[in-house]
Design a protein around this ligand. Structure first.
Ligand SMILES: Nc1ncnc2c1ncn2[C@@H]1O[C@H](COP(=O)(O)OP(=O)(O)OP(=O)(O)O)[C@@H](O)[C@H]1O
Length: 334
């Protein structure tokens, strides 16, 4: 007669679609039991796309039924994570204002009444603690962290709250992605939407994060300059390959807003991201001018989107567009 060890050994021949480890070793398979000739197992499919879940289900059944003495296999798939949605904010290169945009979109959504949190996955330059003026170390229970509340209605977690200021993190690939996953898998409570501020670029960390946490969509931030746009196209490609929809492109630092008269001039050109979005058939979510007030407010830890003035408006408009994408209202019936 087979016993539980036979079942575990069989489960370990099925690779975890994300890590490649055997299912038992990776911790996805639990409650493995044998009742007479029936094998029972619970498989955690969190982070897997529906087709991968189906394939995994079939593979688990097949290996269990192949164990001599097993005549029936009962496989229960669970995705223990609540129905919290993640939206990734990405850019092809650093310094385009991705973190500023991510913070202010989150604040604008919170002002609309949404339960939104923010994960700063930018290990190379975690700037969210400064943008939110939230530098406290997060509390933790059983090694699971609690997000740090902020005055702006958006709880946040950032690598910057865990390391000493100014200490660059030299982690690479899997180690960085592992640490960052703890920020996503924290006690987010009733938070319905997580804004994920990804590190700039298109490397391993970004790929692992999007494969593991499967954002419902991604927003790409670019400046009007050509070089940034070429990089942005690479970032777009990364999401296409991972089958994550692009919600749209944002052009940041688009035209210079004169602090005295408010007039907008275009030292770097304007409209590059919109043209690019059109060429790629992607939505354009809006442009944010280069404004001294945006920088000074951000540096002071007071996100401009918390207000209602001219500097807040572009962020509010983009947040409304994102909200409409996430919660489409039914078309009117005539
Ligand atoms: N629209 C804007 N107007 C004025 N300053 C801006 C604007 N957007 C961002 N900045 C400023 O540009 C600098 C870089 O912004 P930010 O840190 O958000 O960029 P980033 O793309 O996240 O960079 P990195 O990826 O390197 O962290 C900051 O000083 C920020 O205040």
């Amino acid at each position: 007669m087979p016993d539980q060890n036979h079942l575990l050994a069989a489960l370990d021949t099925v690779p975890d679609p994300l890590t490649g480890q055997g299912l038992a070793a990776s911790g996805r398979a639990s409650a493995v039991r044998l009742e007479g000739a029936r094998a029972d197992v619970i498989v955690d499919v969190a982070g897997l796309a529906p087709p991968d879940r189906k394939t995994l289900d079939a593979a688990v059944r097949a290996v269990l039924l192949a164990v001599p003495g097993v005549a029936e296999a009962r496989v229960l798939l669970t995705a223990e994570k609540p129905s919290r949605r993640i939206v990734a904010i990405a850019s092809g290169k650093g310094g385009v204002g991705k973190s500023t945009v991510a913070a202010n979109i989150a604040v604008a959504l919170a002002r609309m009444g949404r339960k939104v949190g923010l994960v700063d996955a930018d290990i190379y330059g975690p700037s969210q603690p400064r943008l939110f003026d939230a530098h406290d170390r997060p509390d933790a229970k059983d090694k699971i962290m609690f997000p740090v509340p902020t005055r702006w209605g958006v709880p946040i977690l950032s690598m910057g709250q865990l390391i000493e200021p100014g200490k660059a993190i030299a982690w690479r690939g899997p180690m960085a992605a592992g640490a960052l996953s703890q920020l996503v898998d924290a006690h987010w409570g009733d938070t319905e939407l997580l804004i994920l501020d990804l590190p700039p670029g298109t490397g391993d960390v970004q790929l692992t994060m999007i494969q593991k946490h499967r954002p419902v969509g991604a927003i790409i931030v670019s400046t009007p300059q050509d070089l940034a746009l070429i990089d942005a196209t690479r970032a777009i490609d990364l999401f296409f390959k991972a089958d994550i929809p692009i919600i749209g492109l944002i052009e940041n630092m688009s035209g210079y807003a004169c602090p005295h008269c408010g007039e907008i001039s275009d030292p770097f050109g304007q409209g590059g991201a919109e043209t690019e979005a059109q060429a790629l058939g992607l939505p354009f979510l809006g442009r944010i001018p280069l404004a001294r007030a945006i920088r000074t407010a951000s540096d002071a830890g007071t996100p401009p989107a918390f207000g209602d003035d001219a500097d807040a408006q572009p962020f509010h408009a983009i947040a409304r567009a994102l909200d409409a994408w996430l919660n489409p209202s039914p078309s009117p019936v005539f």
